[in-house]
Design a protein around this ligand. Structure first.
Ligand code: GUN
Length: 293
């Protein structure tokens, strides 16, 4: 009989933050080091302002130092690069995050690659991506790291061991640098068979149906339907989409049609309350790892 389980990312993230707070306190006692995370926001994107506020709040809650820098959207790229350079040299700062998206006149790749790879807690630097792809130690982007922690925990309950996902077929929907590609690398490292499908893939539904694990990360509201899934698949929904309702209100939905897919999946993450809360918790984990080095 197939179980229908909800993977509670909110509870998982709360536990992780509790554990991080203990390790932050231990680091302070043992080495007198307080991990510091610097976040730079350029411009006034309302969604970014909310993300940055939440990041700062949660950083302080686990006992770390939070440094916030707000720049006008008229700031030049040179001014932003100068701030990054200053933070790269600041020994109180162990992690640097430049909130994306940036204003159109700035070059995102150049800005990200100006961050020291030793402080790249977002894991977006080309060196971090290269390290992950070649099996070297480095920062892993926070959203796929959070997905991986939840998957390992879930499968470890069924088959405890170092590689609880070994031999499973994982299908990733989406090929972004931030989620799809690093997710593929992480799943390969766990000895999964990995398929990545995207907007140009033919017969996408048949391919997704092969997945023991399905990761949806495309930003298309409720794209994945119940008949796309193999019975008993484990589904991780990375999408966060705001949709309009007939009564004029809005609601958040994922890339997976939750209610119908819940009936077919053996376990599934909800939206909200699934992957989302894990992303900031993993940012704190990366910052702590950086400070511990
Ligand atoms: N914008 C939305 N999510 C993220 C994130 O995880 N990191 C950064 N730097 N910008 C974002």
């Amino acid at each position: 009989m197939t179980q229908h389980q909800i993977i509670d990312g909110k509870a998982f993230a709360e536990n992780l933050r509790g554990d991080i707070a203990k390790r932050v306190a231990a680091l302070k006692t043992a080495k007198n080091i307080i991990p510091g995370l610097a976040v730079i926001l350029v411009g006034r994107n309302p969604a970014s302002e909310v993300y940055v506020k939440n990041k700062a709040k949660q950083t302080k809650e686990v006992g770390m130092n939070s440094y916030e820098f707000h720049m006008q959207d008229t700031a030049t790229e040179a001014e932003l690069l100068a701030k990054i350079d200053e933070l790269n040299k600041d020994t109180n700062v162990h992690g640097i995050l430049v909130q994306l998206p940036l204003p159109k006149h700035m070059h995102e790749t150049a800005v990200i690659n100006a961050i020291s790879p030793d402080k790249d807690v977002d894991g977006f630097h080309v060196i971090s991506a290269g390290r992950l792809a070649t099996g070297h130690t480095g920062f892993v982007p926070c959203t796929p790291l959070g997905c991986m922690m939840m998957l390992r925990d879930h499968f470890n309950k069924a088959s405890p061991g170092a590689k609880p996902l070994a031999g499973l077929h994982a299908v990733i929907i989406g090929r972004s640098n931030i989620v799809g590609k690093p997710m593929a690398q992480l799943l390969l490292k766990e000895d999964c068979t990995v398929t990545v499908v995207h907007s140009k893939t033919k017969d996408i539904e048949q391919l997704v149906q092969m997945g023991d694990i399905v990761i949806a990360a495309v930003g298309q509201p409720e794209l994945v339907k119940h008949n796309w899934l193999k019975k008993g698949a484990v589904v991780i929904d990375v999408g966060i989409n705001r949709i309009a309702l007939p009564d004029g209100k809005t609601k958040l939905v994922g890339d997976v049609a939750f209610h119908e897919c819940f009936q077919v999946a053996s376990a599934i993450t909800p939206v909200p309350g699934g992957v989302g809360p894990m992303t900031i918790a993993c940012l704190l984990e990366n910052t702590l790892q950086s400070a511990s080095k």
